[in-house]
Ligand binder design. Structure first.
Ligand SMILES: [Zn+2]
Length: 340
């Protein structure tokens, strides 16, 4: 893979990147601010998951660390660019949880604070990327606050968050907030078409992903597609009156947040079908299931299940027993379907 391809590849999280096409406006404004020495020292990138916020953050980091940047992009050749491509640059400090769902701990922030108080090892910018920023626990956020309040020169902070409201107000108020929006449908589809294999349909996938192109790329992978097929089979079996405990066994390996995401988006889509018709449905691949649910469940039942599944999402934080959790969800669904 060439350096320039790196931006579109969601697996190369640490690699250099270019902004995605729908981020051109923000990019242009940043370059302008930079040329006038007005780039805010702390940027908070917000927006739904799957819009490429981290790609944009890495693009800015790379541009600032490049020792010989072109007018609109890094040079890709200087020692800094090469260090970034190798995944290691002494002035690049990406901070993220050790595992998904875990907190960013105060020790990690303190270590970063100590590093950015020293001068840059390569003489240029020092870059801190915090993702997801809302994963900082309260001590970590407080430790960061001090550094944000008294920034060292040429130290750039980029915080990335899907849920900025979960950040302490004190952190938010010290950052300039930049919302990343979804592309319009036509340009989103054009970009997506280049990422998918020919048998995959960018129009259907982009709509199913709520217009979020990187989410659509994710949804096209076998890791997403196989569980979706399995869950669909389980739901259709439940509609026919299958035993929920037996069906729960089939979902043993399912990732719980992903399971709830699917169920909630399918319930919401069934409501759209019920209230507004087929054209408003986001994931048209699921229409046969939606039609079954539409007949079996009232709008009130769909709404009640949706709010229960939202509660279930919150309960995940307490690390519930995986199999019991799935079994309970399926039993609740079966009760509403009127099979019990
Ligand atoms: Zn360079």
């Amino acid at each position: 893979m060439s350096l320039k391809d790196a931006g579109a590849n969601p697996t190369s999280e640490q690699k250099p990147a270019l902004p995605l096409p729908w981020q051109a406006d923000i990019w242009h404004q940043w370059l302008q601010q930079l040329s006038q020495d007005r780039l805010p020292h702390a940027i908070l990138l917000t927006g739904l998951p799957g819009l490429g916020k981290r790609t944009l953050a890495r693009a800015l980091a790379h541009y600032l660390l490049c020792e010989n940047p072109e007018p609109r992009e890094p040079c890709w050749r200087c020692p800094s660019c090469q260090l970034l491509d190798s995944g290691f640059h002494p002035d690049w400090h990406p901070l993220e949880p050790e595992a998904p769902g875990k907190a960013i701990r105060v020790d990690a922030i303190r270590e970063m604070n100590a590093q950015v108080q020293q001068s840059a090892q390569r003489g240029g910018y020092k870059l801190v990327l915090i993702w997801p920023a809302e994963a900082m626990n309260i001590n970590a956020a407080n430790a960061l606050l001090k550094t944000l309040e008294e920034p060292e020169p040429r130290t750039q902070f980029i915080l990335v968050s899907d849920q900025p409201s979960a950040l302490p107000a004190t952190i938010r108020s010290r950052c300039q907030q930049w919302p990343v929006k979804a592309p319009d449908l036509a340009s989103g589809q054009a970009w997506l078409g280049c990422q998918l294999s020919p048998e995959q349909d960018p129009e259907i996938l982009l709509k199913a992903a709520g217009g979020r192109p990187l989410q659509a790329v994710k949804m096209a992978t076998p890791e997403w597609e196989e569980p979706r097929q399995l869950l669909l089979q389980v739901m259709e079996a439940l509609n026919r009156g299958a035993d929920p405990s037996e069906q729960a066994q089939r979902l043993k390996k399912f990732d719980l947040p992903q399971l709830l995401d699917y169920l909630q988006s399918w319930l919401a889509d069934t409501l759209r079908l019920k209230l507004m018709g087929e054209t408003q449905v986001m994931d048209s691949r699921q229409l046969p299931l939606y039609h079954q649910w539409q007949q079996l469940l009232s709008s009130q039942q769909l709404l009640a299940l949706d709010s229960e599944f939202k509660q279930a999402h919150l309960a995940l934080a307490s690390n519930p027993n995986h199999e019991l959790f799935i079994e309970r969800l399926l039993i609740r669904l079966t009760q509403e379907l009127g099979h019990e």
